[in-house]
Write a protein that binds this ligand. Structure first.
Ligand SMILES: *Cc1c(COP(=O)(O)O)cnc(C)c1O
Length: 361
């Protein structure tokens, strides 16, 4: 299972298998996929095998494949950045693969050899390097995924899995400026429960969140602020991002106690805030504390963190009948500084004291 000697074969796309590149100025998100993909299979008897970088293709799946019925599916989201001197970088990719192995453990799926898969990913991004956008702020989004493929009904962990990585060029997240979001504080639906799978990047979590998100959208909000499922009192996450507050000079984010996804951007923000001398707390924070600080004027900033947007400033929280505006509905100084610093590190334009960058090729 932890066969670090796992052999990866390479089959390059032929000229007629290669796709035309999309217009780099209208990439959107997740619309176009590169010429290659990485795949490997797992069976109880053989462990991981048939690892290959190969031309992008569709899969044939048995309708009884267990992922369709019992939802063993996990994924990751990371990016490749084209920066200084046309170099291409990944950002903390080891952390994404470690987290994926944690998700695998939680979902009774097999762990995979991280170092070998990272090597294969680097080779694949190198091969598809022309797909890494050159336009400012645009990136190559990378989606590692694992699903249960064994064709069988009856609830138990599957004994066959498919792991794959696909990549898509995506546009700059803030094509219309670093604009703050309007957030609906959700106090009926819950994203995750104590003892559940909220700390695993597993597909069902996202299906479960769609309803609340759709209702909030209908009411004109950008995202949902999730509270804990037991008391609907403690702040957990915002949409599919981790949440931060700056209250009276203190940087606050909820602690990782099982119902929150351990974001890599979250961890990077904690590190930078500490580097910059901010008092930083990973502690429980109630929605009442947030609103009270809003009323008092000590709620200086709030922002979401995640790979897709990096930093997403919150302009306003609305809870029941009350809305509090933050920083006059504009992005704050800390959010802006974090956004610029993280991007500068990711694209290779600034020192990388924590060795977060990994070069491709
Ligand atoms: C992926 C994800 C995040 C952000 O994680 P990053 O590693 O920073 O991209 C936060 N919350 C949820 C629910 C997520 O799925």
């Amino acid at each position: 299972m932890f066969n670090n000697e796992l052999e990866v074969t390479l089959q390059k796309a032929t000229a007629d298998q290669m796709k035309p590149k999309p217009d780099q100025n209208s990439l959107g998100f997740g619309q176009f996929f590169t010429d290659h993909m990485f795949t490997m299979r797992w069976t109880r008897r053989q462990g991981w095998h048939e690892a290959a970088i190969e031309p992008y293709r569709t899969f044939a799946m048995d309708p009884a494949a267990m992922v369709f019925h019992y939802g063993q599916a996990i994924f990751e989201g990371m990016k490749a950045y084209r920066g200084k001197d046309d170099q291409i970088f990944l950002f903390r990719p080891q952390d994404n693969f470690s987290r994926m192995n944690q998700s695998a453990l939680r979902m009774c799926m097999p762990r995979f050899p991280q170092e070998r898969v990272l090597q294969a990913l680097r080779a694949m991004v190198y091969l598809d390097q022309e797909w890494v956008p050159k336009t400012s702020g645009a990136t190559l989004y990378i989606r590692p995924t694992m699903v249960a493929t064994e064709p069988a009904l009856g609830l138990r962990p599957a004994e066959e899995y498919l792991f794959f990585i696909i990549c898509c060029p995506v546009g700059a997240y803030y094509s219309e400026g670093f604009s703050p979001t309007r957030i609906y504080v959700e106090d009926t639906f819950a994203r995750s429960v104590p003892g559940g799978v909220g700390n695993a990047k597993t597909a069902g979590n996202y299906a479960a969140s769609l309803k609340a998100q759709a209702l909030a959208h209908d009411k004109g909000y950008t995202q949902v602020l999730w509270l804990d499922a037991v008391e609907h009192k403690y702040v957990e996450e915002v949409g599919t991002s981790n949440i931060f507050f700056l209250i009276d000079g203190e940087v606050i984010t909820p602690p990782l106690e099982g119902s929150i996804l351990p974001g890599i951007t979250r961890d990077s923000v904690l590190q930078l805030a500490r580097d910059w001398g901010y008092p930083v707390s990973e502690r429980r924070i109630t929605i009442d504390e947030v609103l009270a600080a809003g009323r008092k004027g000590t709620l200086q900033e709030s922002f979401g963190t995640g790979t897709a947007a990096v930093i997403s400033p919150v302009g306003e929280f609305c809870y029941r009948d009350e809305c509090v505006q933050i920083n006059g509905g504009t992005a704050g100084a800390l959010a802006t500084r974090l956004y610029e610093e993280l991007q500068a590190i990711q694209f290779g334009y600034r020192e990388d004291p924590h060795k977060w960058r990994v070069r491709v090729g």
